[in-house]
Design a protein around this ligand. Structure first.
Ligand SMILES: [Zn+2]
Length: 421
């Protein structure tokens, strides 16, 4: 059995940042690498997480269960149920809808949320998925920071249909989730280069999961890929430094990578570029490369893939993962994922599990990232331009704004909860 599968089996199961399960997984990863002769160190950082608990909606004799959004507070509210077809209709709601609870298919963006708060909407029920699964979502950090939480819950599509027939009725919505401050763990492996030690290439992927999800494809798969890379480069060092990081807190708003970028500001100057692996393991999937950086890197990745017969579609765009924290700091990133079948369609649900993962899916992708990193690491002159294209810069700042996550880095004092009391 290849290492990717072995490590995935070891850490499988829900591992929410900052919980005992996450610490357990971190220890297992460190031990696994230790057995291969690789020294990994742990770095801790503060963040907010929630025990999301259970959500219940009652109306007349209909009872529906859901998952409260993360970064939440306990609530019991009631209000008139209104259904809106599309979240963009939020802009048409008015003060007349004060105290209502809305049912909508998509989760609101930060600007829409602000409008709902202003009107005085009491609660929001979303149906993020149509396949019977309930999605594990979280509120934005700004909602906590600004003391502007609206109780939110995700429910299944079938239950949403039941509720649809109760439009106009008074419903009761209860959630017992709570948010607290915790310490989460990043795992770091530093490999010094043989020659060009003032240049570093960084490889990252997160190992934490959302509540309720065993996180096989997202992102046990990425951890599997990175583990095999670490083993390879431990035996076959390159000219430049390599840093491998398995981040925590990604699922709640890139906390681990934002903290790393803040704490290691000086070292960032030497980082020429990076690779992020988030979502892998689908046998019947497609390989995608998304560049958060510059066009030249996009062409470089395409050429290397083409010359080596590796099937992959490469585009330039944002990718909602730890690469964003680095791109915000001017470091271009290649994001690699393999998705499109089971289990990647089930990410952020209880069905993102190991039984859908296949060993074979790792063969090509691992070979490619090793070959790519080796080329970058050993090139006589640096082939990555350390530049973020202007259009990408704009997209990156919009991304953080839309998400309601500070692009500012995480520091050791989190004022959020204190203010929230
Ligand atoms: Zn992920």
């Amino acid at each position: 059995m290849r290492s990717a599968i072995k490590i995935m089996n070891e850490i499988k199961g829900v591992r929410i940042a900052g919980t005992d399960a996450e610490k357990n997984a971190a220890n297992k990863i460190v031990r696994f690498l230790g057995k291969k002769g690789v020294k990994a160190k742990k770095e801790f950082f503060p963040m907010l997480v929630s025990d999301t608990g259970d959500g219940i909606i009652k109306v007349k004799n209909v009872i529906v269960k859901g998952i409260p959004y993360g970064l939440t507070v306990p609530y019991k509210i009631n209000g008139k149920l209104i259904c809106i077809d599309s979240i963009s209709e939020v802009m048409n709601l008015s003060n007349k809808n004060k105290n209502a609870i809305i049912l909508t298919r998509e989760r609101p963006k930060m600007s829409q949320f602000k409008k709902l708060k202003k009107i005085g909407i009491k609660g929001i029920i979303t149906i993020v998925r149509f396949d019977g699964n309930i999605s594990s979502q979280h509120l934005s950090q700004h909602m906590i920071k600004d003391r502007s939480v609206i109780p939110m819950m995700d429910i299944s599509f079938d239950d949403a249909i039941k509720l649809r027939y109760q439009t106009g009725q008074k419903i009761i919505m209860t959630g017992n989730g709570k948010t607290f401050k915790t310490k989460a763990t990043n795992i770091i492996v530093n490999m010094k280069g043989k020659k060009k030690t003032n240049e570093t290439f960084i490889v990252v992927g997160h190992y934490d999961t959302v509540p309720y999800s065993p996180g096989a494809a997202d992102n046990g798969g990425g951890i599997g890929v990175i583990t095999e890379m670490i083993e390879y480069f431990h035996k076959n060092p390159v000219k430049r430094n390599l840093i491998f990081i398995m981040f925590s807190g990604e699922e709640w708003g890139l906390w681990g990578s934002r903290h790393y970028c803040n704490k290691h500001k000086k070292e960032l100057k030497n980082i020429i570029g990076g690779l992020n692996v988030d979502v892998a393991g689908d046998v019947l999937g497609v390989n995608r490369g998304i560049i958060t950086g510059n066009k030249r890197l996009m062409h470089t990745v395409r050429d290397i893939a083409d010359f080596n017969g590796f099937p992959i579609t490469v585009s330039e765009d944002i990718y909602s993962s730890d690469n964003m924290s680095f791109a915000h700091n001017g470091i271009p990133f290649l994001n690699i994922c393999r998705a499109g079948g089971k289990p990647s369609v089930f990410i952020h649900t209880k069905n993102d599990k190991m039984s859908y993962i296949d060993e074979e899916s790792f063969e090509d992708i691992v070979n490619f990232v090793i070959m790519f990193t080796e080329k970058i690491g050993n090139a006589e002159r640096n082939i990555i331009e350390r530049k973020i294209d202007d259009n990408m810069k704009k997209k990156i700042s919009e991304y953080f704004k839309k998400k309601g996550t500070d692009s500012e880095q995480v520091t050791n004092n989190l004022p959020y909860l204190k203010k929230n009391k």
